[in-house]
Design a protein. Sequence first.
Length: 376
Amino acid sequence: MLTVESLKKSYDETAGRKAGRHDDTRTYAVGGVDFEVHDGELFTLLGPSGCGKTTTLRSIAGLERPTSGRVTLGGRVLFDAAQGVNMRASRRGFGMVFQSYAIWPHMSVFKNVSFPLEVMPRAKRPGRKEIEERVGQVLDVTELGSYASRPATKLSGGQQQRLALARALVTHPELMLLDEPLSNLDAKLRETMRFELKRLQRELHLTAIYVTHDQSEALVMSSRIAVMNQGRIEQIGKPREIYTKPATRFVAEFIGTSNFLEGTVASVHGQEVQVDTEHGRLVAHEVDKAPAVGESVLVSIRPECVDLSRQPRGNVPNEWSGKVLTRAFMGDVVDHIVGVGKLEIRNRSNPNLSIPPGTEVHFSIAPDKVTLVPVD
Ligand SMILES: Nc1ncnc2c1ncn2[C@@H]1O[C@H](COP(=O)(O)OP(=O)(O)OP(=O)(O)O)[C@@H](O)[C@H]1O
């Protein structure tokens, strides 16, 4: 539905002009990103502060003029640097919700939502009756129906956030652009709103681009995630893929926690790869892109895939032993740090298994949970 091709944005245009075409010394906030957003999808741009998420979103919205690249929506060209096309933001017809949800404080809840329809150009503006119907509908789906006549400022934070959403939805936008819309809410409300937003997006079959630096928010809500780092996309995939098969060290580190071991490939048989590390050999199964024998790789193992036990199991692959150094109880899970020589391996278990520091233990890792990340 939406296609973004080779999008670049530098805020440093004068340096670029001085440098000329062949010696570009500009710094790029977005350094060339490509992606497609499909119909009905919630597509997330995820990455640390300053990686270029907002700049990418604002470029799609028409609020920033990209330095180069092309943006199309269903075949309609919104921006094309080469052809000199740059459609005005107001003509792109997107619904936008930002971190500061900026509802209109002097208006009622109803008026906040009806206003965008009332100020539409005369040719497009719906009649009074249709306005009432459409506002009623979006207030219902955002569960604000019973607050219609209340002043907007007399709503809780979560309700104000839903109002911002209702106001963006009422114009029936083809695409919603959401920039950290939950970041002003307290932790508990943020969690509830994640599910509400996801429900709304599904029920209304909305297509949305969602910007966040919060990896758990991205994992919960997204159809697909693009992980960004320093103005570039490191990986695009479904949440489970991004989590279980990180393509780069950055992705593995940014999403969740992981144990990392450096190793060298000892053998490859189809999708089974044996890797020698300083601390012992590991076997990995279901390796999609098998590396070559002798190649350096980074092994990534999620803490919940480290299967800890007091007794050796024997007869299982990837079984190592060590000593518990630290134990941390976190309510629903317990983490153990196990020392293997100089290496520290983090395990995450059900709290039923709680082993005190100083205990000799054994652990194994199922070969399909051993992920090999190419060395950058
Ligand atoms: N108007 C501007 N003028 C100059 N530099 C800017 C401007 N806006 C953003 N930048 C720079 O561009 C880079 C990308 O910023 P951007 O806001 O897109 O990142 P982000 O990933 O959305 O970060 P955050 O999560 O902190 O909002 C940063 O280095 C930032 O300092």
